[in-house]
Design a protein around this ligand. Sequence first.
Ligand code: CTP
Ligand SMILES: C[C@](O)(CO)[C@H](O)COP(=O)(O)O
Length: 231
Amino acid sequence: MAEFIALIPAAGSGSRIGEDMPKQYCLLAGKPMIYHALNTLYRVDRITTICVVLAPEDIWWTRYDWGEFADKIQVINCGGVTRAESVTNGLKTLRAAKHIQDQDWVLVHDAARPGLSIALVERLLDQLVADEVGGLLAVPLADTLKRANDMDRVECTEPREQLWQAQTPQMFRTKLLLEALEKAPENITDDASAIEALGYSPKLVMGDTNNFKVTYPQDLKLAELILQERY
Ligand SMILES: Nc1ccn([C@@H]2O[C@H](COP(=O)(O)OP(=O)(O)OP(=O)(O)O)[C@@H](O)[C@H]2O)c(=O)n1
Ligand SMILES: C[C@](O)(CO)[C@H](O)COP(=O)(O)O
């Protein structure tokens, strides 16, 4: 039977947040940011393995004790220059070690989304387990959308109906995701884009704004508030 494998790309530098450590290790609610995504994915019973992809030069991971996740976690120092490369390298390493099969589902989740909840992961699994393609968590756009000209003046207001903001996890079968990533254009920013480029249409599953990506310095405060409420 197909298994559910989570893969957390955690080889980014966090240049936009400008901290003196990679973003995924910034402390939130007293723990490194990546702990929170790991802790949520770990507590989803259907997920059997969580693969964490670190940068080859990572010096932060071993400073913490990850023993509570020992029965599900696999850590690989094979991150690449882009997120897509980190995901691809992680999947290839798992496949070469026969830790993942072609038909297994992979849930790719950013280390930088600490607000993920168990309920959201369960919703994603329930809605996609029988799907032919797979899909992703996403939220409908909340704000009015303006297109700017070169002078930062409004050129027009774009209709926002049917526009969604992509979140993670993004869930696809191993074989399809690897094929898609290997053929994908260089500038893709998420896994679903690679699948789309093959001509498939991933399903959008309702996410939650608490599952936002910590990107800029001001995002840390909001994430801290969300997590303090949880623990
Ligand atoms: N070469 C990369 C780049 C990103 N990521 C991971 O992909 C997720 C989303 O990345 P993002 O926050 O967009 O990138 P960062 O490099 O972390 O930040 P920035 O773009 O601001 O430098 C994060 O968990 C990040 O660690 C990765 O594994 N390998
Ligand atoms: C994968 C992602 O989190 C979906 O929103 C996102 O694409 C990460 O990259 P970005 O360059 O920060 O958009």
